[in-house]
Design a protein around this ligand. Structure first.
Ligand code: PLP
Length: 386
């Protein structure tokens, strides 16, 4: 049975074009890019091409791009660098709805004696800008605010946020892992000092990330060893993945900038169809400022896990808001921060599309889900539908 993959905020399929450019670096072109001989040297040149391709995606300079092992490493590196390079400053300002790659790291820093301010969001998942302003103190080393939320899809006004942070002389980082490939990204218009990207959210492989570091930003490396990545990130490069990321960046640029995708139209059709056919369904998050591919929807009084399991029987892949990535049944910290009632959190499903999603995928989901919800509602101890 065909897989209907609507879980692209979790990970994406590697594009065929990306796979093609990667293959030679897995077997044939295995030279070490740091070697003096030309067998290694040619590999080095391809890393630099990939750096240019990624830089061009976000309108940065190639020397402002470093390759890391993943989005998590990029996020950890940005914060650690800010703390290390400004030892007199002890505070991190972030939001309550960041990915664990930021929240978990901040909590670890808290245990080491740093102070953390978690800026709240409102019921629509929008950042409280007044609280953000009030959180920035003289001892703030860095403000780290995501561009787009992985669960709700809500997009934060990053340019406005940077305009608040930068005049205070504070470093600004953004986790743009979910924004890349879905929104145009231009670091000349978004005046952040550092920005994280991840390959596997934009049709490159897993295990490759990028950290943009604006020229002139004080930087302290997190992974220390050899001289790779201009001394900013040690470790022999994951060449195949880097080359793949470069290609994915080039393809993404074409799709996002030239709007060569109907992902938003498909997402809207899915949303309208589910709202029409499933009584009591509610969309979570600000629908005006939202990633074009994401729909977070609650089916009250139905367990998200039960919906996913039933969907799984039809090979439909999505995520639920009641199980976090660790597999525990903790309700989503994002939906909790938004004040979504527990009955809705437990029945929430995140559908996330990609440029490979098709009309047939959406038709199939709209055919299957209403029946699943109806059936599960009849089993719910809380609800009796007429
Ligand atoms: N930041 C956000 C917003 C994410 O959604 C994710 C992955 O889900 C990450 C960071 C972590 O990226 P990676 O899986 O490359 O470590």
């Amino acid at each position: 049975m065909k897989v209907i993959y609507l879980d692209n905020n979790a990970t994406t399929r590697v594009s065929d074009e990306v796979k093609e450019v990667m293959l030679p670096y897995i077997c044939d072109l295995y030279g070490n890019p740091s070697s003096m001989h030309s067998f290694g040297g040619q590999v080095h040149r391809h890393i630099e091409v990939a750096r240019e391709q990624v830089a061009s995606l976000i309108n940065a300079e190639p020397e402002e791009i470093i390759f890391t092992s993943c989005g998590t490493e990029s996020n950890n590196t940005a914060i650690m660098s800010a703390l290390d390079s400004q030892p007199e400053k002890k505070r991190i300002v972030t939001s309550r709805v960041e990915h664990p790659a930021i929240l978990g790291f901040c909590k670890a820093m808290y245990r080491k004696g740093y102070k953390i301010s978690f800026v709240p969001v409102d019921k629509q998942g929008r950042l409280n800008i007044e609280e953000l302003k009030a959180s920035i103190t003289d001892d703030t080393a860095i403000v780290s605010i995501m561009y787009a939320n992985n669960e709700s899809g809500v997009v934060f006004p990053l340019a406005e946020i940077a305009d608040i942070v930068k005049p205070r002389g504070v470093l600004m980082h953004s986790d743009a892992v979910q924004a890349a490939g879905k929104l145009p990204l231009d670091v000349k218009k978004l005046p952040v000092d550092m920005m994280s990207l991840s390959g596997h959210k934009m049709h490159a492989p897993k295990g490759i990330g990028v950290l943009y570091i604006k020229r002139g930003t004080r930087f302290s490396p997190y992974i220390i060893g050899g001289h790779q990545e201009s001394g900013k990130r040690a470790g022999t490069e994951n060449v195949a993945a880097i080359v793949g990321f470069g290609k994915a960046a080039e393809l993404t640029r074409e799709h996002v900038l030239h709007k060569e995708t109907k992902v938003e139209e498909l997402r809207n059709r899915l949303e309208e169809g589910l709202l029409k056919t499933c009584p009591g369904a509610k969309v979570n998050g600000d629908t005006e400022h939202r990633l074009p591919n994401t729909l977070n929807i609650s089916f009250e009084y139905v367990e998200g896990e039960a919906i996913l399991l039933r969907m799984n029987e039809y090979n439909i892949c999505a995520s639920s808001g009641s199980a976090c990535s660790s597999g525990s049944l903790e309700p989503s910290h994002v939906l909790r921060a938004m004040g979504v009632p527990f009955t809705s959190i437990h029945g929430s499903i995140r559908f996330s599309l990609s440029r490979y999603s098709t009309d047939d995928d959406i038709d199939f989901v709209l055919e299957i889900i209403p029946g699943i919800i109806k059936e599960l509602r009849t089993l719910s101890p809380y609800v009796k539908e007429s």
